[in-house]
Write a protein that binds this ligand. Structure first.
Ligand code: ADP
Ligand code: MG
Length: 686
């Protein structure tokens, strides 16, 4: 039934509803409240919690203007059970005059942690007169996601109508026979009603936390639908035809005999998993996960050799120029003695260089093509692509991945895909983010690595740090100094690096200082990196361009400026540039005070552990899954009611249920997707 059948929906409202994905009455039912406001009761101030909105009342005990970075008017409100600060950044003279000690107020607003105690910022408030407490609402107030020109009131009226229709129209409940108790016990219609219009006697805490069985019932169905959608799109991918890449292992033997080290057991195990997949006539879809420095490149190289020996081409793609270059250096070193041609495609190639690379790729002879997103461009056409290797895939956007998928499709054959990442995804989350991807984990570092000793200090002590560099360099060790600034402005970051290098050079006589940043010409970058490799440069000042891939084992001290501005994953990557030799390495995280609680906590984690898994677990807890997984996944993870962190306990059950449905009730998949996913199945989402 189209929404236009409802009262109050003319063409204008219909257009606005359409914008938020509502065109049918059913869509309204599944347009669930984002949150609730509780205006049903007064909460004793002593029991309010940060993060929720509440009504409190009490008496003003103290009024004060605070002068700080921003002037604000503070009122301390107390009700005998506790006290809370009302904070106003904008206030009129009249307000200042009227809000006086002894006045009784009723306030509504969000409770937040303030510097000293809990606060409400710009609460709605009313003075309580002699007549007692004002009237409260009877049930929780749902707040819906909306768009410009569409008010909460209108949405509430429309959902009222839709809910009334539920009395006479059947809403098909596909999970009525679920194995999961709370899913079976709450019919779909009941759960929908409850969530839209929670009755007055509801457990408000549960509802606000999202743990009420009615909400969990819907969250279950929503997560299940996402899981089904991913599984079918990946299944479709797997059913395509791929060239089976079979080889005797001649090239592999040769490479391994020339390496200065032996692969770890973990590398060998993962290699075997990859190579078994490659010989299949359906495309591999495998993620190799391994902490910074675990040796993913070798696994990729061994996979590549199998494809080459089978007569196919291999594309290796990295998200940044520097990382792609690092791969280029490694692969040249490993593959040129085996007489395997290597082509290089970056955005910075000269026209003639580019043309010759394209010619090589179009020639259909076995070769390795290494590059950045330049590999996606239109004029790049692979003739015999057998395997695509993508490093740090989450840094690529949807369009780039789609383009790559197209490249990987040559004459009806789909190339095998190997994805590598250093970001370990906690297991429960991995189930969703990587539903049905095969995952291999390199869970062992090469022998002899020592954890990097990390200290956190204020940049007020910069002089001490500079002093330390001098003595470290005298011992023959090499040092990185990483300048970070606001990430969006690469120019500014380069500028800071230039100035820092000058400053350090003038403070550290007799020490040779090098500089590397994103705006240098490639030739100059190569020269600097080579000089640092050769030990001609003692101290390398760099921007975060060195974050990935750079490998100089003699460098054993790293200073990171403004460390508080970087994400944990990025800090972990950066720090991974030291601790590569057998020597004890150190990392100094320098911050610019004042440090927020959040910042302090994050830097403390870095000091406590070098374990990428633990770091990413904390990162996930601090940032939430959307941000954690990167923009693309974040887009996918905008749920109506589910919350991956809160509902993670449901995920194993959901995964099982999805498999059962795929096998026994495939007919309900489409209707579920219609219901829950605005854009239908996302086939790009592999
Ligand atoms: P990442 O997993 O971070 O991509 P790399 O593949 O860059 O790690 O490997 C890190 C370093 O360890 C490189 O210098 C590489 O040559 C070296 N390496 C890889 N495997 C081993 C091994 N089994 N033993 C010793 N060193 C290794
Ligand atoms: Mg790597």
């Amino acid at each position: 039934m189209p929404v236009t059948k409802l009262k109050g929906v003319g063409p204008r409202v219909a257009e606005r509803l359409e914008r938020i994905g509502i065109s049918e009455v059913q869509d309204l039912l599944f347009h669930l409240p984002l949150r609730y406001q509780d205006r049903t009761r007064v909460t004793p101030i002593g029991s309010v919690r940060p993060g929720i909105e509440a009504v409190v009342h009490g008496t003003i005990e103290l009024v004060q203007i605070q002068y700080g970075r921003r002037r604000s008017l503070l009122c301390r409100l107390s009700d005998g059970t506790g006290a809370i600060i009302l904070r106003f950044f904008h206030f009129s003279a009249a307000q200042q005059k009227n809000l006086i000690k002894g006045l009784r107020l009723i306030c509504f607003g969000e409770i937040r942690k303030g510097p000293a105690m809990l606060e409400m910022i710009h609460p709605e408030y009313k003075v309580i007169g002699g007549e007692g407490t004002p009237k409260m609402e009877e049930s929780l107030t749902p707040i819906y996601p909306t768009t410009e020109g569409l008010h909460q009131i209108s949405l509430r009226k429309l959902t009222d109508q839709a809910l009334n229709l539920l009395d006479t129209h059947l809403l098909e409940d596909y999970l009525a026979e679920s194995d999961v108790e709370f899913v079976r016990e709450w019919s779909l219609a009941e759960a929908i009603r409850y969530v839209h219009r929670p009755p007055p006697e509801v457990s408000i805490d549960q509802l606000i936390e999202g743990t009420h069985p009615a909400q969990q019932r819907l969250a279950f169905e929503e997560l299940l639908t996402h899981q089904l959608s991913k599984k079918i799109s990946r299944k479709a991918f797997r059913q395509q035809q791929a060239p089976p890449l079979n080889a005797e292992g001649r090239l592999r033997e040769k490479l391994l005999s020339e390496l200065p080290f032996t692969p770890t057991d973990a590398q060998l195990r993962v290699e075997k998993e990859v190579c078994t997949d490659l010989s299949s006539e359906h495309p591999m879809l495998r993620l190799v996960q391994g902490d910074v420095g675990s040796g993913k490149t070798l696994v990729a190289a061994l996979g590549a050799l199998q494809a080459i020996e089978a007569g196919y081409q291999v594309a290796i793609m990295a998200p940044t120029e520097l990382l792609a270059e690092q791969h280029l250096v490694t692969f040249r070193q490993w593959f040129e003695p085996l007489h395997i041609p290597i082509a290089w495609l970056s955005g910075q190639l000269k026209a003639t260089e580019r043309r010759s690379a394209l010619k090589q790729i179009a020639a259909a002879d076995p070769c390795v093509v290494i590059g950045t997103h330049a590999l996606f461009q239109q004029d790049v056409s692979f003739r015999k692509l057998g395997l695509t290797i993508v490093d740090e895939q989450h840094r690529f956007g949807v369009h780039q991945r789609l383009a790559l998928r197209e490249k990987g499709n040559v004459k009806g054959l789909t190339s095998h895909q190997l994805i590598m990442t250093a970001t370990p995804i906690p297991r429960t989350l991995a189930m969703t983010a990587y539903a049905d991807l095969d995952v291999s984990v390199i869970d062992e570092l090469p022998p002899g690595r020592q954890p990097v000793k990390t200290t956190v200090i204020s940049d007020a002590r910069r002089d001490e740090v500079i002093h330390r560099i001098a003595s470290v360099c005298k011992e023959g060790r090499q040092v990185y100094w990483v300048c970070t600034l606001i990430e969006e402005s690469e120019n500014l970051q380069c500028q800071t690096a230039i100035e820092t290098a000058e400053l350090l050079a003038s403070n550290l006589k007799g020490i040779s200082v090098g500089l590397i940043h994103g705006r240098l010409e490639k030739k100059e970058k190569d020269r600097v990196m080579q000089a640092f490799h050769a030990g001609e440069i003692d101290l390398l000042v760099a921007t975060t361009v060195i974050e990935v891939g750079v490998d100089v084992p003699n460098a054993s001290l790293m200073i990171i400026e403004n460390a508080e501005r970087l994400g944990l994953a990025q800090l972990h990557q950066l720090r991974g540039r030291v601790g590569r030799g057998s020597r004890q390495s150190d990392c100094v995280l320098m911050y610019h005070p004042p440090l927020s609680d959040h910042g302090r906590e994050r830097l403390a984690i870095m000091r406590e552990t070098c374990d990428g898994f633990r770091i990413s677990q904390r990162d996930l807890e601090l940032r939430g899954p959307g941000e954690f997984l990167g923009t693309r996944q974040a887009g996918m993870m905008r749920f109506r009611i589910a919350d991956l962190m809160r509902d993670k306990e449901l995920l194993p059950e959901i995964d099982k249920a999805a498999d059962v449905i795929l096998k026994k009730r495939p007919e309900i998949i489409d209707p579920l997707i219609q219901r829950w996913l605005i854009h239908g199945t996302d086939y790009a989402d592999i």
